[in-house]
Design a protein around this ligand. Structure first.
Ligand SMILES: Cc1cc2nc3c(=O)[nH]c(=O)nc-3n(C[C@H](O)[C@H](O)[C@H](O)COP(=O)(O)O)c2cc1C
Length: 323
């Protein structure tokens, strides 16, 4: 029985209103299954898979680890390498995955009819009121909004979570999942207070034990603060908030000189990111990371992260009641 029962827990069939944000390269089977098994919603990043067979196998692997609901993300951001989303959808429908999250620079118009016809629950993630309203008008079941503090794509509107969430809650009638800077139980309570019915967290799960990020990178992240992120790639229309390592600083500096995308690839490519994720080369590439990293102090299993957040949220509730 959920302590925090909302339309989101109801809609998605999960115990706690905690969603593990899709993380390119990192949201693979282990992390997705661990978050779902702990009663949240894990999201598998389809874009991690270069063919239908490996994507299908990943879904099967998750099912071996948990029988609880999980979702798949369809990525609509610009990318050099990945399959056509319709090919991922073939597998999603074939395997009976019940929840899909879409995210990117546009509304998921072209996929909605096919997914809805098969009864798939649809969540669209965006960064502004007008995008949320558009997604609602297209028939998605829930909308996720993330503020400027968030790790990863921030868009161009630069609205903080505190201002964005209540505006979106007031503008749509479908349930809202909120994030950008949420990394503990106080953040969960704050989002619920603003009218959201669930939270999304990426940065907090970067250092979950099941996150396949090299241990050396995780260790260094533990001492990072809210000052240690920077926005990059705005000059090429793909703004991302990332951890401020040497690659990020060099990228930001190159952008002030209007470097081309080709030049930026020296640091921003998936190949560079993999050197960091897999081999622990701290300055090889970019790692999406939100300002909430300042609240992250320990590496532990996803289950313990979720339990800690629930405990802290509960204590926060008691503290507020006593005011
Ligand atoms: C390492 C990392 C990779 C991410 N990759 C993606 C992605 O591929 N697609 C996406 O929609 N969001 C991506 N995000 C954003 C998260 O799904 C989530 O919206 C965000 O992390 C929430 O804000 P927070 O970082 O403050 O918790 C990424 C975030 C991180 C930290």
């Amino acid at each position: 029985m959920s302590v925090f029962h909302t339309r989101i827990t109801e809609l998605l069939g999960i115990e706690h209103p905690i969603i593990g944000g899709t993380m390119m390269h990192l949201s693979r089977e282990e992390l997705t299954a661990a978050i779902s098994e702990a009663g949240g919603l894990g999201i598998l990043a389809s874009a991690n898979f270069q063919d239908q067979a490996s994507f299908r196998q990943a879904i099967k692997n998750i099912r071996q680890k948990t029988d609880k609901p999980f979702a798949v993300n369809l990525n609509m951001f610009p990318a050099r390498k990945r399959l056509e989303n319709h090919l991922y959808i073939d597998v999603i429908l074939d395997e009976g995955v019940g929840i899909v999250e879409t995210s990117g620079h546009k509304a998921p118009e072209e996929y909605i009819e096919r997914l809805k016809k098969e009864g798939v629950k649809l969540i669209h993630k965006c960064v502004g009121v007008r995008y949320a309203k558009k997604a609602e008008s297209l028939g998605v079941d829930a909308v996720t909004v993330v503020g400027y503090e968030n790790g990863g794509a921030t868009g161009v509107l630069d609205i903080t979570t505190l201002c964005l969430v209540p505006r979106v809650v007031d503008s749509v009638s479908i349930p809202v999942i909120a994030g950008g800077g949420v990394a503990d139980g106080r953040g969960l309570m704050a989002m619920l207070a603003l009218g959201a019915e669930g939270v999304i967290m990426g940065t907090r799960f970067l250092v979950a034990e099941e996150c396949p990020l090299h241990p050396r990178v995780k260790e260094v992240l533990l001492s990072a603060t809210e000052l240690d992120t920077v926005l990059v790639m705005r000059s090429v229309g793909n703004t991302h908030r990332v951890w401020k390592n040497r690659a990020a600083e060099a990228t930001a500096e190159m952008e002030t000189r209007n470097a081309s995308l080709q030049e930026l690839f020296k640091f921003v490519s998936g190949e560079q990111a993999e050197k960091m994720y897999l081999q622990g080369e701290l300055h090889a590439g970019l790692l999406a990371c939100g300002q909430g990293i300042g609240l992250v102090r320990d590496i532990k299993p996803a289950r313990d992260i979720i339990l800690e957040i629930l405990k802290e949220a509960w204590e926060t509730r008691k503290r507020l009641k006593a005011l």
